[in-house]
Design a protein around this ligand. Structure first.
Ligand SMILES: Cc1cc2nc3c(=O)[nH]c(=O)nc-3n(C[C@H](O)[C@H](O)[C@H](O)COP(=O)(O)O)c2cc1C
Length: 188
C-alpha cells in the first residue's frame, strides 16, 4: 500500500543513490525519463537536486511547470527504466509505447509511476544559473510516498529480490540494492 513518508524521513528514500524515473507534465503533455543523478539536499523541509539534461523533453516540461515527480523503480522494472532513458518523449508517448501505468500525485501535476516503490513530488526552486549551466534543478519535496511493504518506519526492507531498487553503472548494466550492513558506534 502507498503510504505517506514523513518529511524528516524523506531523504532516506534516495540516500542510497537509486536510479529514478522523473515524470513531468505541462500544457496537457506528460513525459517520463530515467535519471540516476538525483541526490538529497536537505532534511526538513526535504529538498533534492536532480540533473535534467538540456536536450531532454523532460527539461522542456519542467521549465514550463516547475514541477516533477521522482519515482523509484525496481529490479522488475529494469528494462522499462533503460527504455525510457533511451527514447525521447518528443518522438513517442512513452506511457503508451511501454504500457506505463500512472496515478495522480497529490500536490503536483506530474504523475506517479505505478509499480515503483517510492515517489517524491517536487517543486523546483528557481536556480537559473545552475539549471542552464549544469541542468541542475534544486527542488522542495512537497509530498513523499512509499510502498509500506518495502519502506516503513524510515527503513528499507526488501521482501523479495524483484522489489529491490536499482543503481545504474553504464550502458544498461545495473546493480540491485544489496543487503543491509550496520556500522558500530566508534568508542569515544
Ligand atoms: C539508467 C539511466 C540513467 C539516466 N540518468 C540521467 C540523469 O540523471 N539525467 C539526465 O538528464 N539524463 C539521464 N539519462 C538519460 C535520459 O533518461 C534520456 O536522455 C531520455 O531519453 C530523456 O528523455 P526525454 O527527452 O523524454 O526527457 C539516463 C538514462 C539512463 C538509461
Amino acid at each position: 500500500m502507498r503510504v505517506i513518508v514523513e518529511p524528516r524521513r524523506t531523504y532516506r528514500l534516495i540516500n542510497h543513490g537509486p536510479t529514478t524515473l522523473i515524470s513531468s507534465a505541462a500544457g496537457g503533455k506528460r513525459n517520463v525519463m530515467a535519471a540516476s543523478w538525483v541526490v538529497a539536499l536537505d532534511f526538513d523541509p526535504p529538498k533534492l537536486a536532480a540533473v535534467i539534461g538540456g536536450d531532454t523533453y523532460t527539461k522542456e516540461l519542467v521549465d514550463a511547470s516547475r514541477e516533477f515527480v521522482v519515482s523509484l523503480p525496481t529490479v522488475a522494472m529494469v528494462d522499462l527504466t533503460y527504455a525510457v532513458g533511451n527514447v525521447s518523449g518528443r518522438k513517442v508517448d512513452k506511457f503508451e509505447r511501454f504500457g506505463i501505468r500512472t496515478a495522480p500525485a497529490s500536490k503536483v501535476s506530474a504523475p506517479l509511476i505505478e509499480g515503483c516503490v517510492a515517489w517524491l513530488e517536487c517543486k523546483a526552486t528557481p536556480e537559473p544559473r545552475m539549471e542552464e549551466e549544469y541542468g541542475l534543478y534544486a527542488a522542495e519535496v512537497v509530498a513523499a510516498w512509499a510502498d509500506d511493504e518495502v519502506f516503513s518506519d524510515g527503513l528499507w526492507r526488501f521482501p523479495d529480490d524483484t522489489r529491490r531498487t536499482i543503481h545504474h553503472l553504464s550502458k544498461g548494466i545495473f546493480f540491485a540494492t544489496g543487503e543491509r550492513v550496520e556500522a558500530r558506534e566508534t568508542p569515544a
